[in-house]
Design a protein around this ligand. Structure first.
Ligand code: GRF
Length: 192
């Protein structure tokens, strides 16, 4: 676990691949007095991520890492070390990090997943939830381990499914809860 030193906030990088609504939300949270983290770097696996706009809006440094080869991860690790990043939040990040990468940030990488893990790991969660006629779904914040969506669960929130729900409608209401849950998870691990 990362320890808080004095009054300094923990230098954090957020990794994204898409829209970045969780990124936007985490940046806003990080600016609060009560937040243990500051967001010092945005890493995107996709140069066209919509979420990259938040780098400009909030004047936060951004880096693009495609992470296709080991060498890309090595460069990313070096960048994180150079910038003294001590904590990582994955937020809609669509790449799988290697065992070696995770080892370098052991217990210091969180992810948010739009299902009640361990159910519905991976992609297309809302579609599968509907196909299985589930009565509720939700979202989970967990530590990242080398197995996809399988690290220790920190916190979860249930969301009810209605008869006329579609994957899109579910995604929308789960996202509202994700935005509340990610800051809660961060507060929970730093102020247990
Ligand atoms: C979220 O639903 C997150 O749980 C999933 O991808 C989505 C990303 O949304 N992993 P955004 O890019 O944060 O808006």
């Amino acid at each position: 676990m990362v320890l808080l030193t004095g009054n300094k906030k923990i230098k954090t990088a957020v990794f994204i691949s898409g829209t970045g609504s969780n990124l936007n939300n985490l940046i806003k949270f990080s600016k609060k007095k009560t937040s243990p983290i500051s967001i010092d770097l945005i890493v995107s696996s996709n140069p066209k991520s919509e979420g990259l706009k938040f780098a400009k809006i909030f004047s936060i440094e951004k880096k693009i890492f495609n992470i296709k080869k080991n060498a890309d991860e090595k460069r990313l690790l070096k960048t994180l070390k150079d910038k003294e990043i001590n904590f990582i939040c994955l937020a809609g990040f669509m790449k799988i990090l290697s065992k070696n990468f995770i080892k370098n940030f052991k217990g210091k990488i969180l992810n948010i997943h739009p299902s009640l893990l361990p159910k519905y790991k991976g992609l297309d969660t809302h579609k599968r939830v509907l196909e299985n006629k589930e009565k509720f779904t939700g979202c989970t914040v967990h530590f990242v381990s080398s197995k996809l969506d399988s690290g220790k669960i920190i916190i979860q929130k249930k969301v009810m499914i209605k008869k006329d729900d579609t994957p899109k409608k579910i995604a929308k209401k789960v996202l509202v809860e994700e935005h509340k849950l990610y800051p809660k998870a961060i507060l929970k691990i730093f102020n247990p």
